[in-house]
Ligand binder design. Structure first.
Ligand SMILES: O=C(O)c1ccccc1NCC(=O)[C@H](O)[C@H](O)COP(=O)(O)O
Length: 214
Protein backbone atom coordinates (compact mmCIF):
# COMPACT_ATOMS: atom_id res chain seq x y z
CA UNK A 1 0.00 0.00 0.00
CA UNK A 2 1.37 3.42 -1.00
CA UNK A 3 -1.05 5.75 0.84
CA UNK A 4 -2.83 6.92 -2.34
CA UNK A 5 -6.47 7.80 -1.62
CA UNK A 6 -9.08 6.96 -4.26
CA UNK A 7 -12.43 8.63 -4.92
CA UNK A 8 -15.03 6.72 -6.92
CA UNK A 9 -17.43 9.33 -8.26
CA UNK A 10 -20.94 9.00 -9.67
CA UNK A 11 -22.23 5.97 -7.76
CA UNK A 12 -25.77 5.20 -8.89
CA UNK A 13 -26.64 1.73 -7.54
CA UNK A 14 -26.77 0.58 -3.93
CA UNK A 15 -24.41 -2.28 -4.87
CA UNK A 16 -21.76 0.25 -5.96
CA UNK A 17 -21.13 1.09 -2.31
CA UNK A 18 -19.80 -2.31 -1.15
CA UNK A 19 -17.89 -2.63 -4.43
CA UNK A 20 -16.09 0.68 -3.81
CA UNK A 21 -15.51 -0.01 -0.11
CA UNK A 22 -14.17 -3.52 -0.61
CA UNK A 23 -11.77 -2.13 -3.22
CA UNK A 24 -10.48 0.35 -0.63
CA UNK A 25 -11.96 3.67 -1.83
CA UNK A 26 -11.53 6.52 0.67
CA UNK A 27 -14.14 8.81 -0.96
CA UNK A 28 -17.57 7.99 -2.42
CA UNK A 29 -19.05 10.56 -4.81
CA UNK A 30 -22.76 11.21 -5.44
CA UNK A 31 -23.81 13.44 -8.35
CA UNK A 32 -26.66 15.96 -8.09
CA UNK A 33 -26.97 17.42 -11.58
CA UNK A 34 -30.16 16.88 -13.60
CA UNK A 35 -28.47 16.44 -16.99
CA UNK A 36 -26.07 13.75 -15.78
CA UNK A 37 -26.59 10.00 -16.34
CA UNK A 38 -25.31 9.72 -12.75
CA UNK A 39 -27.81 12.14 -11.25
CA UNK A 40 -29.39 10.93 -8.00
CA UNK A 41 -32.74 11.87 -6.51
CA UNK A 42 -32.44 12.96 -2.88
CA UNK A 43 -34.37 9.90 -1.64
CA UNK A 44 -32.05 7.45 -3.43
CA UNK A 45 -28.98 9.35 -2.27
CA UNK A 46 -30.26 9.36 1.29
CA UNK A 47 -30.65 5.57 1.22
CA UNK A 48 -27.26 5.00 -0.43
CA UNK A 49 -25.26 7.40 1.75
CA UNK A 50 -27.08 6.07 4.84
CA UNK A 51 -25.79 2.58 4.05
CA UNK A 52 -22.13 3.66 4.21
CA UNK A 53 -20.39 2.59 7.43
CA UNK A 54 -18.35 5.19 9.37
CA UNK A 55 -15.00 6.01 7.74
CA UNK A 56 -15.19 6.81 4.04
CA UNK A 57 -15.84 10.41 3.01
CA UNK A 58 -19.27 10.82 1.37
CA UNK A 59 -19.02 13.60 -1.21
CA UNK A 60 -21.91 15.43 -2.92
CA UNK A 61 -21.11 16.84 -6.35
CA UNK A 62 -23.18 19.89 -7.28
CA UNK A 63 -22.98 22.41 -10.14
CA UNK A 64 -23.68 26.07 -9.30
CA UNK A 65 -26.22 24.97 -6.69
CA UNK A 66 -28.14 27.64 -4.79
CA UNK A 67 -28.52 27.73 -1.02
CA UNK A 68 -32.08 26.36 -1.13
CA UNK A 69 -30.93 23.21 -2.93
CA UNK A 70 -27.92 22.78 -0.62
CA UNK A 71 -30.24 23.15 2.38
CA UNK A 72 -32.53 20.40 1.07
CA UNK A 73 -29.59 18.17 0.16
CA UNK A 74 -27.92 18.44 3.55
CA UNK A 75 -31.23 18.04 5.38
CA UNK A 76 -31.91 14.71 3.72
CA UNK A 77 -28.56 13.11 2.84
CA UNK A 78 -25.79 12.33 5.36
CA UNK A 79 -22.70 13.84 3.72
CA UNK A 80 -19.12 14.70 4.69
CA UNK A 81 -17.96 16.98 1.86
CA UNK A 82 -19.28 19.18 -0.95
CA UNK A 83 -17.64 19.08 -4.39
CA UNK A 84 -18.40 22.23 -6.39
CA UNK A 85 -18.18 21.44 -10.09
CA UNK A 86 -19.60 24.57 -11.69
CA UNK A 87 -18.34 28.10 -12.18
CA UNK A 88 -18.51 29.03 -8.48
CA UNK A 89 -16.26 32.02 -7.67
CA UNK A 90 -13.73 31.88 -4.81
CA UNK A 91 -16.14 34.09 -2.83
CA UNK A 92 -19.02 31.65 -3.39
CA UNK A 93 -16.78 28.73 -2.38
CA UNK A 94 -15.87 30.50 0.86
CA UNK A 95 -19.52 31.39 1.47
CA UNK A 96 -20.70 27.77 1.01
CA UNK A 97 -17.91 26.53 3.27
CA UNK A 98 -18.89 28.97 6.05
CA UNK A 99 -22.65 28.62 5.63
CA UNK A 100 -22.97 24.83 5.46
CA UNK A 101 -20.13 23.78 7.77
CA UNK A 102 -18.71 21.03 5.57
CA UNK A 103 -15.32 20.83 3.90
CA UNK A 104 -15.49 21.97 0.28
CA UNK A 105 -13.59 20.62 -2.72
CA UNK A 106 -13.58 22.94 -5.76
CA UNK A 107 -13.17 21.33 -9.18
CA UNK A 108 -10.99 23.25 -11.64
CA UNK A 109 -10.62 22.43 -15.33
CA UNK A 110 -7.09 22.36 -16.75
CA UNK A 111 -6.25 22.50 -20.44
CA UNK A 112 -2.99 24.46 -20.42
CA UNK A 113 -0.38 26.24 -18.30
CA UNK A 114 -2.51 29.37 -17.92
CA UNK A 115 -5.23 27.43 -16.06
CA UNK A 116 -2.88 26.58 -13.20
CA UNK A 117 -2.99 30.05 -11.56
CA UNK A 118 -6.56 29.34 -10.42
CA UNK A 119 -5.27 26.57 -8.17
CA UNK A 120 -3.52 29.15 -5.95
CA UNK A 121 -6.53 31.45 -5.88
CA UNK A 122 -9.13 28.77 -5.10
CA UNK A 123 -6.71 27.04 -2.74
CA UNK A 124 -7.23 29.93 -0.33
CA UNK A 125 -11.02 29.41 -0.28
CA UNK A 126 -11.45 25.61 -0.52
CA UNK A 127 -10.31 22.71 1.64
CA UNK A 128 -9.29 20.69 -1.40
CA UNK A 129 -8.96 21.19 -5.15
CA UNK A 130 -10.06 18.63 -7.74
CA UNK A 131 -7.69 19.10 -10.67
CA UNK A 132 -9.78 17.90 -13.60
CA UNK A 133 -9.70 18.15 -17.40
CA UNK A 134 -11.37 21.24 -18.85
CA UNK A 135 -14.44 20.01 -20.78
CA UNK A 136 -14.45 20.46 -24.56
CA UNK A 137 -16.73 23.33 -25.67
CA UNK A 138 -19.18 20.81 -27.15
CA UNK A 139 -19.28 18.60 -24.02
CA UNK A 140 -22.75 18.14 -22.51
CA UNK A 141 -21.43 17.88 -18.95
CA UNK A 142 -19.01 20.08 -17.00
CA UNK A 143 -17.23 16.91 -15.77
CA UNK A 144 -17.34 13.15 -15.85
CA UNK A 145 -16.48 13.11 -19.56
CA UNK A 146 -13.66 10.57 -19.41
CA UNK A 147 -11.20 13.02 -20.95
CA UNK A 148 -7.65 13.46 -19.67
CA UNK A 149 -5.40 16.54 -19.79
CA UNK A 150 -1.65 16.69 -20.25
CA UNK A 151 -0.35 15.38 -16.91
CA UNK A 152 3.11 16.85 -17.64
CA UNK A 153 1.57 20.25 -16.75
CA UNK A 154 1.55 19.19 -13.09
CA UNK A 155 4.98 17.55 -12.98
CA UNK A 156 7.20 18.95 -10.21
CA UNK A 157 4.58 21.43 -8.93
CA UNK A 158 3.51 21.73 -5.30
CA UNK A 159 0.46 23.37 -3.74
CA UNK A 160 -0.25 23.95 -0.06
CA UNK A 161 -3.93 22.96 -0.43
CA UNK A 162 -4.57 19.20 -0.72
CA UNK A 163 -5.55 18.24 -4.26
CA UNK A 164 -6.88 15.28 -6.18
CA UNK A 165 -6.18 14.33 -9.80
CA UNK A 166 -9.18 13.60 -12.07
CA UNK A 167 -10.11 13.40 -15.73
CA UNK A 168 -9.98 10.36 -17.97
CA UNK A 169 -8.30 8.12 -15.40
CA UNK A 170 -8.66 4.36 -15.90
CA UNK A 171 -7.25 1.20 -14.33
CA UNK A 172 -4.84 1.12 -17.27
CA UNK A 173 -3.43 4.67 -16.98
CA UNK A 174 -3.75 5.66 -13.30
CA UNK A 175 -0.30 4.35 -12.33
CA UNK A 176 1.37 6.48 -15.01
CA UNK A 177 -0.76 9.51 -14.05
CA UNK A 178 0.35 9.21 -10.41
CA UNK A 179 3.99 8.79 -11.42
CA UNK A 180 3.98 11.87 -13.67
CA UNK A 181 1.98 14.24 -11.46
CA UNK A 182 2.94 13.16 -7.94
CA UNK A 183 -0.78 13.03 -7.04
CA UNK A 184 -1.55 11.49 -3.65
CA UNK A 185 -5.30 11.33 -4.36
CA UNK A 186 -7.12 10.28 -7.55
CA UNK A 187 -10.74 10.47 -8.70
CA UNK A 188 -12.50 8.39 -11.34
CA UNK A 189 -15.96 8.08 -12.81
CA UNK A 190 -16.24 7.07 -16.51
CA UNK A 191 -13.11 4.91 -16.36
CA UNK A 192 -14.79 2.41 -14.02
CA UNK A 193 -18.10 2.22 -15.90
CA UNK A 194 -19.48 -0.32 -18.37
CA UNK A 195 -21.88 2.34 -19.75
CA UNK A 196 -22.57 5.98 -18.75
CA UNK A 197 -23.93 5.87 -15.21
CA UNK A 198 -23.30 2.16 -14.68
CA UNK A 199 -20.36 1.35 -12.46
CA UNK A 200 -18.46 -1.90 -13.04
CA UNK A 201 -17.33 -3.63 -9.83
CA UNK A 202 -14.39 -5.36 -11.47
CA UNK A 203 -13.08 -2.08 -12.95
CA UNK A 204 -13.46 -0.37 -9.57
CA UNK A 205 -11.36 -3.12 -8.00
CA UNK A 206 -8.77 -2.93 -10.80
CA UNK A 207 -8.57 0.88 -10.53
CA UNK A 208 -8.05 0.87 -6.77
CA UNK A 209 -5.41 -1.80 -6.91
CA UNK A 210 -3.56 -0.07 -9.78
CA UNK A 211 -3.58 3.19 -7.80
CA UNK A 212 -2.85 1.81 -4.34
CA UNK A 213 -0.65 -1.22 -5.02
CA UNK A 214 1.28 -0.40 -8.19
O1 LIG B 1 -20.22 12.70 -13.51
C1 LIG B 1 -21.03 13.53 -13.94
O2 LIG B 1 -22.01 13.20 -14.58
C2 LIG B 1 -20.78 14.98 -13.68
C3 LIG B 1 -21.78 15.89 -13.98
C4 LIG B 1 -21.58 17.24 -13.76
C5 LIG B 1 -20.39 17.69 -13.25
C6 LIG B 1 -19.37 16.79 -12.93
C7 LIG B 1 -19.57 15.44 -13.14
N1 LIG B 1 -18.59 14.53 -12.85
C8 LIG B 1 -17.33 14.83 -12.33
C9 LIG B 1 -16.62 13.57 -11.99
O3 LIG B 1 -17.19 12.53 -11.86
C10 LIG B 1 -15.21 13.51 -11.71
O4 LIG B 1 -15.09 14.15 -10.49
C11 LIG B 1 -14.26 14.00 -12.78
O5 LIG B 1 -14.81 14.93 -13.68
C12 LIG B 1 -13.65 12.86 -13.54
O6 LIG B 1 -14.56 12.22 -14.35
P1 LIG B 1 -14.08 11.12 -15.41
O7 LIG B 1 -13.18 11.80 -16.41
O8 LIG B 1 -15.32 10.61 -15.99
O9 LIG B 1 -13.34 10.08 -14.63
Amino acid sequence: MNGIRVKICGLTETSDIPAALMAGAAYLGFVFFDRSPRNLALEAASFMAGSVPPGPCKVALTVDADDAFLDRLLDRVPLDMLQLHGSETPERVADIRARFGLPVMKALGIAGESDLAALEEYGRAADQILVDAKPNPEAKLPGGNGVAFDWHLLAGRRWSTPWMLAGGLTPENVGEAIRLTGARQVDVSSGVESAPGLKDGERIRAFCSAAMEP
